[in-house]
Design a protein around this ligand. Sequence first.
Ligand SMILES: NC(=O)c1ccc[n+]([C@@H]2O[C@H](COP(=O)([O-])OP(=O)(O)OC[C@H]3O[C@@H](n4cnc5c(N)ncnc54)[C@H](OP(=O)(O)O)[C@@H]3O)[C@@H](O)[C@H]2O)c1
Length: 280
Amino acid sequence: MNDKRTSDKHDTTRITFVGAGNMARSLINGLIRSGHDPAGICASDPSPEQRKLIEALGVTTYAANVPAVAGADVIVAAVKPQVLRAVLTSLTNRDETQLLISVAAGVPIGSLEAWTSAGQPIVRCMPNTPALLGVGVTALYANTNVTADQHATAHHILEAAGKVLWVSDEADLDVVTAVSGSGPAYFFYLMEAMVEEAVELGLERETALFLTLETAYGAACMARNGDPSPATLRGNVTSPGGTTERALSILDSENVSGSVRLAVAGAARRAQELAEEFGD
Ligand SMILES: NC(=O)c1ccc[n+]([C@@H]2O[C@H](COP(=O)([O-])OP(=O)(O)OC[C@H]3O[C@@H](n4cnc5c(N)ncnc54)[C@H](OP(=O)(O)O)[C@@H]3O)[C@@H](O)[C@H]2O)c1
């Protein structure tokens, strides 16, 4: 979490969120938690319910996008990919000094450039769902118009949702989508299977779920230290002739590793297709 980050000059940047749904709300929450002045943030959304949730954080809201982006240093486009084109092309008062950050999954930077002004500094992001709790991971890609200061500002804003990393090749975002974007679902899938079999073998569902979740959390904490690697950690808990060895030999004989790799490759291909569909 980012609670301990010290205030810096980015905390006074004027940021407008266009689209005030789940992603915008978690970013705004994180920014305020890390010291950003709520008076420097505003948001626009046609939904009165969404606006009310944002206003509860001390942030000014608008029903219309055009007045909301006036005077902003940064515009964060946090609408669904399907409406992004209409939203960006309708921002007639936008200017090319404003940094545009898009969190919309799959919309390529070339399309964002086509829907804005020549020279617009743009950062395209790929966050993931744990961002909603401030424990996400977001990959960012900047076009060549983004200045060093704007780069730091985008980093600061997305850090409100968890860890941040930059990629220098936009195509890498398709792989990022397949790993961290869709990744939470792969772990949920494994959890579901573990719970179902534990119930089948006699545990109460609540107990099975508790054990599975705490184990996933504990394994992630161990692996997150980075040393030793997941492969070594797995070796360390696999005694010859033991229960883990039996389980892993069944996973190997079913080629589960190969299936996971196929799944990640399939997701990356789908990300590429979606970029073509959402783009121009
Ligand atoms: N949630 C995640 O975990 C996640 C992860 C990665 C990427 N993203 C990306 O983040 C973006 C937002 O996702 P989300 O989960 O926050 O979606 P969301 O909760 O549906 O929020 C989008 C908001 O935009 C509003 N909206 C619709 N049309 C608008 C317009 N013309 N102008 C301004 N606002 C408008 C929607 O209002 P209505 O509900 O009234 O339509 C809604 O409140 C998406 O592009 C998604 O790809 C999300």
